[in-house]
Ligand binder design. Sequence first.
Ligand code: GLP
Length: 230
Amino acid sequence: MQLIKARDYDDMSARAAALIAAQVIFKRDSRLGLATGSTVLGVYKKLAETGFDFSHISTYNLDEYDGLDETDKNSYRHYMNTNFFRRVNIKPGNTHFPDAQKGKEYDTLIELAGGLDLQLLGLGHNGHIGFNEPCGEFIPLTHTVTLDESTRKANSRFFRDMDAVPKTATTMGIRTIMCARKIILCVSGKEKSEILRRVLYGPILPAVPGSVLQLHPDFTVVADADALGD
Ligand code: GLP
């Protein structure tokens, strides 16, 4: 594991964006696994500002709420279109999302394309990655999950009210994520410091899904001082 200590949110965003930009320079047709959430918003902003040529990359998002399509402002497709895809020259046909119907076919799609070169991740308050919620086992492939009430509550800030937050979502599995050649985890803010400590230094358990990242051979954490408790 490589730990990059960022000063603050802006610095975290710049450093993670630099790592992704380096990947795209190194391999212009990179296959990028992408995340959503507030933490990575700054990463997309910085990446869009580089003015880089993204026309050869393809993207595979981590997860999507069930039942929300791109016209819904809370769908992850809408988030990606607004915050990244429409700001760069990525080809819309090169962008992919999991869904409940496709299920494990999403893994086949990624594998046949040659696998993910890089996976960007945020961290849920309960240690989830993608929407792999704490549970009794690591679920390997893309699957549909019932969201934890704590996750629905944390994400309800974007919705009209708690009732509007979907109860299920489809997410890449732990194997899907771990098969990426490189993984970058972005974490910001004091409220994530305890769970980040458990993810990085605690026992590797499905009850803390992100802890499995300790086993990845090319895993970089970009965390700000608040998240690191510095
Ligand atoms: C959601 C997403 C995750 C993301 C997490 C953290 O639940 N499914 O992929 O990492 O939220 O979000 P935030 O960065 O807003 O704290």
